[in-house]
Design a binder for this molecule. Structure first.
Ligand code: M6R
Length: 615
């Protein structure tokens, strides 16, 4: 999704903006642009394609220190990804420049009204409407301050928007507005400089002091300081938070791609998720973030888990865990569907929201709907201070560190681990014995070590990926706990290699997809030695009988599997509920190596955005 960066301070801004936009590249984009002061006025430079196109276009242009500047990476929604539609956008008079993340839902009506009033539009974007709206406001009320004109204008907008606005008459100032799209302010008090961005990544290299903006906030920022107001012009007081992760964490750490780094650091991530939260001797999980609702959880009769994409597949694994060990009924629903149904919720229902970014628009909408209906809302979120983390009644951070690769790897296994801890907590409050709790705790403690063993097979997985490099269709199958893993494995393959991959239940395969099977249609089968192994094995024989090549993810010691499959990747033995934490790893590696071998941009696959902040 679009990325926003803004700067005001005594330094020259171009390099700061470009560095900031680079840090936001992982969000996904198809054009980029900047606006800054360059004698005698504000200059905009915008280019379709990669950031380097913009950098080339900026060569030799002088930027002026001491004034505000804004930058943007655009992920196209309204209008093609070309130079003209790229942000920043301006008004007819060239006095207002702004960048936007989100969608203005009433832009058509506003555009028609503004056109009738004589405004000329040059782009196909919804964003341009905002600059003309502010221009109109200033024209009709010339005695108003820029702050007042902007506030009056944004009150006419419907939809989601994070905006960063520059106005020629107040050259040092940045006007930052947040409504359902994320925005944070970094404060470098020593140097009297301020950086605004879509997330803390571009800010962390300049300062650790940060203010997370809320929906309905506007910040007016200059090198002399800042003030916050709400959309009704009332002053707001803000707390300053600290960025507590290291910028080095966001670098590649010797790996060829962020994807590889983030796959390989998963054992450490799991250790982070578990740190201080597992009490093996009591068979218990202690989740500080749930302490305030711990007693309330005893009375919860039903859980709903909602999320999107990869987080949604983690939710589905969670359903099996919660029902088997937590002893509570669970429904899983995609957040995008949840928000448009009439979900039946009450105070005895808890809704869990899983999200890496904590900013996914559909998940946030589902959260707000759940709160409105009186449900207890809980989070499993990675990004500290994100909207979902702040708006849920209570929750658990996954502590996976910044995830830069657009495709989610480590966030997924961190979410699964957090779900195990939730299941233990709920189970021990209900029917789970201490003995069972201890067993899970002991096995869970070993998972990072077992995961390291699986990762050692990366070269073998690469060889298999090489063998199947020219195949463009794959079926992924699994059952029970590994049924959602088949979907997640297929999603990874689609995202980073662009091959068609279909997730399916091994059992359901014979109700349709088996028609596709022949020697050119490989199946990736997840078949650990678990309670459904025999059934799974029969399903594989049905594929074998139709000459379909099979790549199996199986448990060490399973020799039988070799007779019906072309390739096997073994995982160590563990408790059935924990197998997804191991089976997903070879599938991540398979997708990653397949993507690299096919020459894909694995860290930033085409058309994808890291954080989907629009519907
Ligand atoms: O930030 P979130 O976890 O809420 O994001 C949800 C999905 O957009 C995300 O998992 C997406 O499916 C990724 N591309 C998966 O690799």
């Amino acid at each position: 999704m679009c990325g926003i960066v803004g700067y005001t301070g005594k330094k020259k801004p171009i390099n700061i903006l470009v560095d900031g936009l680079r840090a936001l590249e992982y969000r996904g984009y198809d054009s980029a642009g900047v606006a800054f002061w360059s004698n005698p006025s504000i200059k905009t430079v915008k280019r379709a394609g990669r950031l380097n196109n913009l950098v080339s276009a900026l060569q030799g242009i002088e930027d002026k220190p001491g004034y505000a500047a804004i930058g943007h990476t655009r992920w196209a929604t309204h209008g093609a990804p070309n130079d003209l539609n790229a942000h920043p956008h301006s008004d007819c008079t060239g006095n207002i420049f702004l960048v936007h993340n989100g969608i203005v839902e009433n832009y058509k009506t506003l555009k028609e009204e503004l056109q009738k009033a004589g405004h000329k539009f040059y782009s196909e974007t919804d964003t341009e409407v905002i600059s003309h709206l502010i221009e109109e406001e200033i024209k009709n009320n010339p005695l108003y301050s820029a702050k007042r004109s902007i506030l009056n204008s944004i009150n006419k907008l419907q939809g989601a928007f994070a905006l960063l606005i520059m106005v020629k008459s107040e050259p040092e100032k940045l006007f930052a507005v947040r409504n359902f799209s994320p925005l944070v302010l970094g404060i470098n008090g020593n140097d009297d400089e301020y950086i605004v961005a879509s997330d803390p990544t571009p800010i962390a290299r300049h300062t650790r002091q940060i203010i997370y903006m809320n929906d309905g906030d506007m910040a007016i920022i200059s090198p002399k300081g800042y003030e916050f107001v709400d959309f009704k012009h009332n002053s707001l007081k803000k707390d300053i938070a600290q960025i507590d992760w290291d910028i080095e964490e966001a670098q590649r750490g010797g790996h060829a791609h962020f994807s590889a780094k983030e796959i390989f650091e998963q054992p450490d991530v799991i250790e982070n998720v578990l740190r201080g939260r597992l009490i093996p001797e009591e068979g218990m999980a202690k989740l500080g973030g749930l302490e305030t609702v711990r007693e309330k959880l005893r009375g919860i009769k039903r859980f709903v888990i909602t999320a999107c994409g990869t987080a949604g597949f983690a939710a589905e694994v969670g359903e099996y865990m919660f029902e088997e060990y937590g002893g509570v009924p669970v429904e899983v629903e995609l957040a995008s569907e949840f928000r448009y149904r009439k979900p039946i919720l009450d105070p005895e229902t808890a809704v869990i929201f899983i999200s890496q970014s904590g900013e996914t628009a559909d998940t946030i909408a589902a959260l707000r709907e759940s709160k409105e209906k009186g449900a207890l809302t809980l989070g499993i979120v990675n990004v500290v201070g994100s909207s979902i983390a702040r708006e849920t009644h209570a929750g658990v951070y996954t502590h996976a560190g910044p995830e830069i690769s657009v495709a989610s790897y480590k966030a997924f296994t961190a979410q699964l681990t957090a779900l195990v801890l939730y299941a233990m907590l709920l189970g021990r409050q209900r029917q789970m014995s201490m003995t069972m709790g201890k067993r899970i705790a002991e096995e869970l403690k070993n998972i990072p070590q077992l995961m390291r063993q699986v990762l050692k097979q990366s070269d073998k997985v690469k060889e298999i990926a090489q063998k199947y490099k020219d195949f463009n269709n794959f079926l992924y199958i699994g059952r029970k706990y590994n049924y959602p893993i088949a979907y997640e494995g297929a999603l990874k393959m689609k995202e980073v290699s662009y091959a068609h991959a279909e997730g399916y239940s091994s059992a359901e395969m014979k109700h349709g997809p088996i028609a596709m099977i022949d020697e050119n249609f490989p199946t990736v089968a997840i078949i650990p030695k678990d309670s459904v192994y025999e059934k799974n094995f029969s399903n594989l024989q049905e594929i074998k009988a139709r000459s379909g090549p099979i790549i199996a993810i199986a448990t060490e010691g399973d020799e039988d599997i070799k007779y019906i499959t072309e390739d096997v990747i073994y995982i160590p033995k563990t408790l059935e509920m924990l197998t997804p934490l191991l089976t997903i790893v070879p599938l991540q590696l398979f997708a990653y190596h397949s993507g690299v071998l096919r020459g894909r941009d694995v860290d930033r696959p085409r058309n994808l955005a890291k954080s989907v902040t629009v519907e």
